[in-house]
Design a protein around this ligand. Structure first.
Ligand SMILES: [Zn+2]
Length: 533
């Protein structure tokens, strides 16, 4: 089959053709790129007696083990772990290839050499957000940046953006995928874009001034930050009548926050806004989006690019691949990546509706889609929210209840021990900024009964805050991600020293409130990007 078909027709091939073309591309990618130039996979293929030819259908991917974030983190035995996953080309192998000799004859040796440099030399980096112990760096070559642009251009197409739109990129300026995916998407698509750098660089007022001046059609950023800025815009009586899309990324976009964002946009004079979510992660080096959908029916999932990577959904416990449409954990294998390459990367993200192939009911594209809500099992674990006050708590459910509460503008959940004594009972404190129209008594009653009914838990107290106090608590303009849950329970020393709990310990420290007294009690320092200034 024509090797360009999958790329040229990425959005209109039926399932069988997609999977057939994907495995053909996978074989070539393994044979020419990964196995010869990745130290890690060369070794793995050798030990397991595998070759590129062992992969005859997508299901054959199961011959490769899953790789998780823990495998990428440096350890005393593997101090250069991330380097093992970097493609380092062998000049001897490259120059002996017929295609190289042919190109050298046509275009000259120098051009061929330059071509290999653009393909293999790392020139750019993003890293994981630093909520985990060690932010894992992922390297890009010029080839990867081109792919990032292609992915971004498609993201714009899926969101039904137009080149005459004006866009404000409100993701934090940092070496993280969200900001750079947006940047490369804009340049590849050819749309006017201004990056504010989020709240840390320009502050809330700076973002508002820019929005007022530019009158954008599209705002893209983290849901809580967009919400915070638009809430201020409404309070200041600002008009912003051009808004057509609010595109969310970097954290989960619950239905409640989408509804609140639509309502804020309406108050600003933009009643017909599409609120669309994106999904991506460092290790994929790309992000995917939802297409515009009627509010009544809900979104039709994240539209994947089948020529750039293979997505599988596996049982999080057994690691076995699940059939189409079954909920499970998202696993990603790139088909075009150079620089850092990880095959079958397990994200720790659970997708409710699984992977589906039927044509999108809204835009009609035929491509694989990830359907339904995504919840991060890793986040859930790292926050130690599995047991609060002795009750098993479904964090996703809890978040939904609070996001959906109409009288709540912003919230933060704090878990602590009574009197800061590790032996004492857990205390759950809910910090709330309420709608000015609702009384404190009414909001307290409403939240207590909703939480008790839905997750069988009741906060010890609800503390009300004004706008400034709440922004400060959430770390808006100070942290890269707003802290919606803060675990201030003191750590037991025995826990902290056990290696199996190390990630957990560090995770909860970077999530916890920023007071110095608490940070000092913890084993590992919080990562730089989340440290209080
Ligand atoms: Zn669609």
């Amino acid at each position: 089959m024509n090797s360009r078909l999958l790329t040229n027709q990425w959005q209109r091939l039926p399932k069988d053709a997609v999977r057939q073309l994907q495995v053909t591309k996978l074989r070539r990618y393994l044979r020419d790129v990964v196995v010869p130039f990745s130290a890690f996979y060369r070794e793995m293929f050798k030990t397991r007696g595998l070759s590129a030819e062992s992969f005859r259908c997508v299901e054959d991917l199961e011959q490769l083990p899953l790789t998780s974030k823990a495998d990428l983190v440096n350890t005393p035995e593997h101090p250069q772990r991330t380097k093992d996953f970097l493609l380092i080309p062998d000049e001897g192998i490259l120059t002996r290839r017929a295609s190289t000799i042919f190109r050298a004859l046509i275009r000259g040796r120098k051009a061929v050499k330059r071509g290999f440099e653009r393909e293999f030399r790392p020139i750019f980096m993003t890293s994981t957000t630093g909520r985990s112990a060690d932010p894992v760096p992922f390297l890009y070559t010029q080839h990867d940046l081109n792919v990032l642009g292609t992915a971004g251009e498609r993201l714009m197409l899926v969101c039904a953006a137009r080149t005459d739109f004006r866009l404000v990129n409100m993701f934090p300026y940092a070496p993280h995928l969200a900001f750079w995916q947006t940047h490369y998407a804009s340049t590849a698509f050819g749309i006017f874009t201004v990056g504010t750098g989020g709240g840390k660089v320009l502050g809330t007022d700076g973002n508002l001034r820019l929005i007022h001046k530019i009158q954008p059609d599209v705002l893209i950023g983290m849901p809580t930050f967009l919400y915070h800025v638009l809430q201020h815009a409404v309070e200041q009586g600002m008009r912003c009548t051009n808004l057509k899309r609010l595109v969310l990324g970097g954290e989960k976009a619950a239905e409640g926050i989408r509804r609140k964002l639509r309502s804020l946009a309406e108050k600003l004079g933009s009643p017909d806004v599409d609120v669309l979510a994106t999904y991506g992660f460092t290790e994929a080096k790309m992000a995917w989006a939802e297409c515009p959908y009627p509010e009544e029916t809900g979104p039709s999932g994240y539209h994947l690019y089948p020529d750039l990577g293979i997505v599988e959904v596996v049982d999080p416990k057994t690691g076995l691949v699940l059939p189409e449409g079954m909920p499970g954990e998202i696993v990603f294998t790139p088909l075009e990546a150079r620089g850092s390459v990880v095959l079958r990367y397990r994200t720790g993200d659970l997708i409710e509706g699984g992977l589906v192939y039927e044509p999108c009911p809204h835009c009609g594209r035929t491509l694989p889609r990830l359907l339904g809500k995504i919840s991060r099992s890793s986040e859930f674990k790292s926050m130690q929210l599995d047991k609060i006050k002795g009750t098993l708590v479904d964090f996703n459910q809890l978040e939904t209840v609070l996001d959906d509460a109409p009288s709540v503008i912003a919230w933060q959940l704090e878990i602590r021990k009574a009197n800061d004594d590790p032996m004492e009972l857990d205390e759950l404190i809910l910090h709330v900024r309420k709608n000015p129209g609702a009384s404190e008594d009414k909001v307290t009653r409403e939240l207590n009964s909703r939480l008790l009914e839905r997750i069988e838990i009741r906060p010890n107290r609800i503390v009300f805050h004004d706008a400034d106090e709440m922004s400060d608590l959430l770390g808006i303009g100070r942290l890269l991600k707003e802290q919606k849950v803060v675990d201030n329970r003191p750590k037991k020393t025995s826990d902290a020293s056990s290696p199996s709990n190390l990630t957990t310990t560090v995770d909860s420290s970077s999530l916890s409130s920023s007071e110095g007294e608490r940070a000092s009690a913890r084993k590992q320092p919080v990562t730089t990007d989340e440290q209080p200034s």
